[in-house]
Write a protein that binds this ligand. Structure first.
Ligand SMILES: Cc1ncc(C[n+]2csc(CCOP(=O)(O)OP(=O)(O)O)c2C)c(N)n1
Ligand SMILES: [Mg+2]
Length: 538
């Protein structure tokens, strides 16, 4: 190692490297085996945000990453700090969110001795990360940080974990942050061949009823505008996965909304009736394939991750490439077309209504109120359950990076902390969190962070007194045997007040617009406890 730089501790080198890779916010929670790094973070260039539980810290970093496009960074201690982080890592990794977690570890010579707060970080995070590192000397730290950020952000984005033993944090090193990262075994950039581009253009030009099926990979690749311009040029309606929501605003006449198991009828019908589907930046997990079950349509699938092509759905043409690059190359070969009749047929099916019983506040009333008041300018973050599906189906005019949800993992507890992370990333936006009364009780402790930082987040709790989505399954699939789903909640307005967050309770459809408007005007965290009908189903 060269030593033009003065010697400093591994912890100091780590903080310097985080600055060098451009980390401007780090989320985390301290502890004994990471205390040297925290000591150096005191005067770092980045801002440190203290969550109240490591799961919350990771979801915050995830929300920050999804809303900004920059990798989320988390710093936690060994043992319980790491195990508390696992759900958050799984959520981010499954949804292709770039995130780097640094955790403390017991000193090298104590690893494997059942030392206090020792956990097998490598073993525990293998299945919830794209890659993990165990640092074995202070000299490795700058290079490891550089590689971790490279891996997290290149190819399909994902989670990278760096386990840093305490003695490596304390040891002195002269190792410098590398100017460039070169990894012998990881070269994810792939481009489509000329033949593939030609074939795709031919398939599109020949199609009578084509549909674009856009996933989260379109948003991650910043290719939403390219999708819209292809759709407009060639008369192709666009449906999305849940992760792809925001690719195209619902005011665009080519946008048919979310398809799949929980999708809207117009989107699913278009997929069923299509003669050609162009799937972009998606995995075809089980939620997204329902409309393809009796498929007669031809299909092309483009994704930057080779492992998803042909895995769950067999396709006529598979292309491993960056979606944005691919669209820019194929564009000139696609003929302009109207496809007026096909578009009219697809559009006629648009319109969606949630079931409601008159007089009571429904989930649809709440979401419609957000549509009216926020007019699509908000960043919407959801938890998991019925409220998530209602929001995904019904929110209007969202932009790319403006709909955040735990898609792959479906982890309750995501909404509140992820909304906080999004608000930190985008102080210029109103963030609206849609959470169930079940999920709200999993991570409500993070509300105090929103109060402490004065963040502009509107937390809407859909209080139906039940774990609604599971109760609905019990009603519809388990012969109506309701068990362990109806639950008592705290007084959410009082709970928010205890954390320093103002709130209001609403159960009258006539008052919901005013409540949402007041929350949005507040310019500080505000909770709306919406009492809705437990019998409403999705
Ligand atoms: C961590 C976690 N545990 C369990 C589940 C299973 N689950 C999916 S939806 C749901 C109910 C959610 O209830 P609530 O938060 O009240 O939302 P609602 O469906 O009522 O809108 C449950 C228990 C889950 N997704 N995540
Ligand atoms: Mg509920």
């Amino acid at each position: 190692m060269k030593s033009s730089r003065s010697r400093r501790s591994g912890a100091r080198a780590l903080v310097e490297s985080l600055e060098r890779v451009g980390a401007e916010t780090v989320f985390g929670y301290p502890g004994g085996n990471v205390i040297d790094i925290f000591d150096c973070a005191r005067d770092a260039k980045f801002r440190f945000v203290l969550g109240r539980h490591e799961q919350g810290c990771v979801h915050m970093a995830d929300g920050y990453a999804r809303a900004s496009g920059r990798p989320g960074v988390v710093l936690v201690t060994s043992g319980p700090g790491l195990t508390n982080s696992i759900t958050g890592l799984g959520v981010a990794n499954m949804d292709g969110v770039p995130l780097v977690l640094v955790c403390g570890q017991v000193p090298l010579d104590e690893i494997g001795t059942d030392a206090f707060q020792e956990a097998d970080t490598t073993g525990l995070t293998r299945a919830v990360s794209k890659h993990n590192f165990l640092v074995k000397s202070a000299d490795e730290i700058p290079e490891t940080i550089a590689q971790a950020f490279y891996i997290a952000t290149h190819g399909k984005p994902g989670v990278v974990v760096i386990d840093v033993p305490r003695d490596c944090q304390q040891a002195m090193t002269s190792a410098e942050h590398p100017a460039r990262v070169s990894l012998r075994a990881y070269h994810p950039e792939r481009v489509a061949s000329a033949a593939q581009v030609c074939r795709l253009a031919k398939m599109l030009n020949a199609a009578k009823r084509p549909v674009i099926y856009a996933g989260g990979g379109v948003i991650a690749a910043e290719a939403s505008e390219d999708v819209a311009s292809l759709a407009h040029k060639a008369g192709i309606p666009v449906v999305t996965t849940m992760m792809g929501i925001g690719t195209m605003g619902s005011a665009d006449p080519f946008c048919l909304g979310m398809a799949g198991l929980h999708g809207v009828p117009a989107a699913n019908r278009a997929l069923k009736e299509a003669d050609f589907v162009l799937a972009l930046g998606m995995r075809f997990n089980d939620r997204t394939t329902s409309a393809l079950s009796r498929r007669r349509q031809r299909m092309a699938h483009v994704d930057c991750d080779a492992s998803v092509i042909g895995r769950n759905v067999s396709v006529d043409l598979g292309i491993v490439a960056d979606v944005k690059d691919l669209l820019s190359t194929v564009d000139s070969r696609v003929h302009p077309a109207e496809r007026g009749e096909w578009l009219a047929r697809c559009r006629a099916a648009r319109s969606d209504a949630t079931a409601r019983r008159s007089g009571r506040l429904s989930a649809g009333d709440v979401i419609d109120a957000v549509n009216r008041v926020a007019k699509g300018g908000e960043i919407a973050v959801t938890d998991v359950g019925q409220h998530q599906i209602w929001a995904a189906r019904r929110l209007e005019n969202l932009r790319p990076r403006h709909f955040l949800a735990s898609g792959g993992m479906g982890a309750m507890g995501y909404g509140i902390p992820a909304a906080i992370g999004a608000a930190i990333a985008r102080p210029d936006r109103t963030v609206v969190a849609f959470v169930g009364d079940g999920g709200a009780q999993m991570t409500s402790e993070e509300l105090v962070v929103a109060a402490e930082l004065g963040l502009h987040v509107v937390f809407i709790v859909f209080e139906n007194g039940t774990l609604g989505l599971v109760r609905q399954m019990q009603k519809e699939e388990q012969g109506g045997r309701i068990f362990a789903t109806d639950l008592r909640s705290p007084d959410f307005v009082a709970l928010a007040a205890a954390y320093g967050v103002k709130g209001v309770r609403v159960d009258d459809p006539a008052k919901i617009d005013a409540a949402i408007a007041r929350a949005i005007r507040a310019k500080r965290p505000f909770l709306v406890d919406a009492k809705i009908d437990p019998e409403e189903t999705v």
